[in-house]
Design a protein around this ligand. Structure first.
Ligand code: SAH
Ligand code: SF4
Ligand code: F3S
Length: 454
């Protein structure tokens, strides 16, 4: 590929930093691929780069603020002629206001406009100083022409973009637009192609994968798409994220029970255990409905790990509401939980209500749940000591002489390779992306330690 050479005769280099969820991680792969196809080279530090990009997240105030804090410190770099771009959800949300708040930024692009990146980069190269790609998030181009995948063996595949749920606290419908599903043929073709390229794990992505509706005449439901993805020859693992309880069907559990290629993990954010809070969050389900889904998951033909997201300190959350969340967590025994302090967001319905739970109470509630969850995990994970897990190998840690990888249920497993494989003092036949059977010898709250077995 021809290298892009700047007027001063040097090759153009970009630095790209990603904040936020897996959808952003995957978008960054698309952005990087587009830049590389235009002759840019990725570099690891801002100092080395000509173009500095932040792919941003605005899910909570802190996430958005972090971006502006970073941008505030770059006057010196700007004097060296470097260009700055803000991409992603903060870009979509704040739009051209970013040029005012951070005047050295010359590119603002929301996630719906990455298909136009080549054109926008050309404008930037021509010296334009306020280049924007801020179309309403409705485009149906799920992939850019070029994707530079960061992970050599785990590949993200977008199946649905946007979200129509409008939970009262959430910016995603504003930053990612309306729901658009991708045709099942396009998804399955990409998975087959990824297998040919050597990927063994595929992760289906969407803010709400359960509301996937195949727009083609094939008309697959999410459960049917999942089954079809798991049946692609050569694919070893299929994960998906994120599920919404309102659209989560028993069919999904049945399909997961039938095919071990479908990873034994469901991430099902509950957000709160209080019906009153759930109602005001506009989540569209009750505590009882959620617990019914959990019963279904527990009755699956294979054991499935279950993880969740929780928000504490939502407006009007009483001590009793909070206790109901704590009780639900105890009742379900999640394998892991991401706990967040409520943060009012622009445009959202709850953003117009008083943020009436003090920071102190939010912090207290957060700490209580965090501590109880860690204690439950530490105890529950002991049950796996002595069990054997199939681990996808990710990286070797020379200091510990251990490999790290993940089980099908997405748990981190650090393990010692079989000595027989280690004849040259090398980690033997193991390689990132390969698989090993590991007997668990120790369990912590967040990871396992084990020994490779035959
Ligand atoms: N689409 C997914 C979640 C997307 S955001 C779903 O519907 O579950 C990831 C998590 O961030 C959410 O599950 C929620 O727990 C948290 N979150 C979203 N908006 C938030 C806000 N305003 N304040 C605090 N946490 C929030
Ligand atoms: Fe946000 Fe709710 Fe959509 Fe999830 S389902 S992305 S929490 S609006
Ligand atoms: Fe953040 Fe946007 Fe994802 S707001 S969580 S990066 S969809």
């Amino acid at each position: 590929m021809a290298e892009k050479v700047a007027e001063n005769g040097e090759q153009k280099r970009f630095y790209l930093e990603t904040f936020g969820c897996q959808m952003n991680v995957h978008d960054s792969e698309r952005v990087a691929g587009t830049l590389v196809s235009r002759g840019y080279t990725a570099v690891g530090t801002m100092q080395e780069a000509d173009l500095i990009l932040f792919n941003t997240c605005s899910i909570r105030d802190k996430a958005a603020q972090k971006v502006f804090d970073r941008l505030a410190n770059f006057k010196a770099l700007q004097k060296q002629g470097k260009k700055f771009g803000v991409l992603g959800c903060v870009a979509q949300q704040e739009g051209e206001a970013i040029f005012k708040r951070a005047p050295h930024v010359s590119l603002v692009v929301g996630s719906a406009s990455y298909a136009r990146l080549p054109e926008l980069i050309a404008q930037l190269e021509n010296g334009e100083t306020k280049v924007t790609g801020l179309e309403a998030a409705t485009d149906e181009a799920f992939e850019t022409e070029y994707t530079r995948r960061d992970h050599p063996f785990r590949a993200f595949v977008t199946i649905i973009e946007g979200c129509d749920k409008h939970c009262a606290y959430c910016v995603v419908p504003f930053t990612r637009g309306k729901e658009r599903s991708r045709t099942s043929a396009s998804v399955l073709t990409e998975i087959r192609h990824l297998v040919e390229l050597g990927y063994s794990e595929v992760q289906l992505l969407g803010q709400n994968v359960n509301s996937y509706r195949d727009p083609s005449p094939a008309g697959l439901s999410f459960a049917e798409l999942l089954a079809a993805a798991g049946a692609v020859p050569g694919v070893e693992r299929v994960r998906y994220t994120t599920s919404h309880p309102r659209d989560f069907t028993p069919e999904i559990v049945r399909v997961m029970g039938e095919n071990p290629v479908l990873c034994d993990h469901v991430h099902l954010p509950v957000q709160s255990g209080s019906n009153d809070v759930l109602r005001r969050m506009l989540r569209g389900y009750t505590r009882e409905h959620y617990l019914g889904i959990v019963d279904g998951i527990r009755a699956c033909a294979r054991p499935l790990a279950l993880t969740t997201d929780i928000i504490v300190g939502f407006p009007g959350e009483t001590d009793r509401d909070f206790e109901e969340t704590a009780e639900l967590m105890h009742e379900v025994h999640f394998n892991s939980a991401f706990i967040f302090k409520y943060s009012p967001r622009p445009n959202t319905e709850a953003g117009t209500w008083p943020d009436d739970i003090s920071e102190e109470v939010k912090a207290q509630r957060f700490a209580i749940l965090q501590e109880r969850q860690q204690a439950m995990q530490a105890e529950d994970n002991q049950a796996h000591v002595g069990a054997t897990m199939k681990v996808m190998v990710e990286a070797f840690h020379p200091k510990l002489a251990q490999w790290a990888g993940r089980s099908s249920s997405n748990r981190v497993v650090n393990f010692t390779p079989m000595p027989a494989l280690d004849v040259l003092g090398q980690p033997g036949a193991l390689r990132p992306g390969g698989y090993a059977q590991v007997r668990i010898t120790k369990a912590g709250p967040n990871s396992f330690v084990g020994q490779q077995v035959n």
